[in-house]
Design a protein around this ligand. Structure first.
Ligand code: 5GP
Length: 186
């Protein structure tokens, strides 16, 4: 059986990655969506095991030391990682897998899984991204400023990716990702 394709979706904070993933989840897309582990607090409405596995820092460190993560990174004061085994199992059964992760994690995937396809989700414009980050309203001013700083660095990283999708239409981005997952692993 053909192995599935490993897709990485990354891009600046606030660009709409989680909206795309939400749509993929609701649409029962053929892509298998990896559930990350994180030390950050759940936001309202987030469900343990669906949106993230929420763990304390000790449990996260133990997972790092046991080599359980395919990649992991610190982001805005919390830790985030992709549990390796479920992803490898899905690829083995021929399913394509989507990881929605930050740039640091995307670089680790690039280094360790050269066959992965890295997709950069870009905002229609920087002004639009800034507007979204400022109006998100779920975080303190300091946290938003930190996210803007990270977002600027992330925008500059676009050239490291295999593909760029501009997030002017969620439906188009979703369709493009599903098509990329269905293409033969290159
Ligand atoms: P949020 O806290 O808004 O859910 O996510 C913050 C950032 O962490 C986003 O850029 C998201 O893509 C990234 N992220 C989520 N899960 C993972 C993961 O497993 N690994 C890495 N490296 N980044 C992740």
């Amino acid at each position: 059986m053909t192995r599935g394709r490993l897709l990485v979706l990354s891009g600046p904070s606030g660009v709409g990655k989680s909206t795309v993933v939400k749509r993929l989840r609701e649409a029962n897309s053929p892509l298998w969506l990896s559930v990350s582990t994180t030390t950050r607090e759940p936001r309202e409405g987030e469900i343990h095991g669906l949106h993230y596995e929420f763990v304390d820092p000790e449990a996260f460190t133990a997972m790092v030391e046991a080599g359980r993560f395919l990649e992991w990174a610190d982001f805005a004061g919390a830790q985030y990682g992709t549990p390796a085994q479920p992803v490898l199992d899905q690829l083995e059964t021929g399913k394509s897998v989507l990881l929605e992760i930050d740039l640091v994690g995307a670089r680790q995937v690039r280094a360790n899984y050269p066959e992965a396809l890295l997709v950069f989700l870009a905002p229609p414009s920087w002004e639009e991204l800034e507007r979204r980050l400022v109006h998100r309203g779920t975080e303190s001013l300091a946290a938003r400023q930190e996210r803007l700083r990270v977002a600027r660095a992330e925008l500059a990283a676009q050239a490291e990716f295999d593909q760029t999708l501009i997030n002017s239409s969620v439906d188009e981005v979703v369709d493009a990702l599903v098509s990329l997952g269905a293409a033969l692993p290159g």
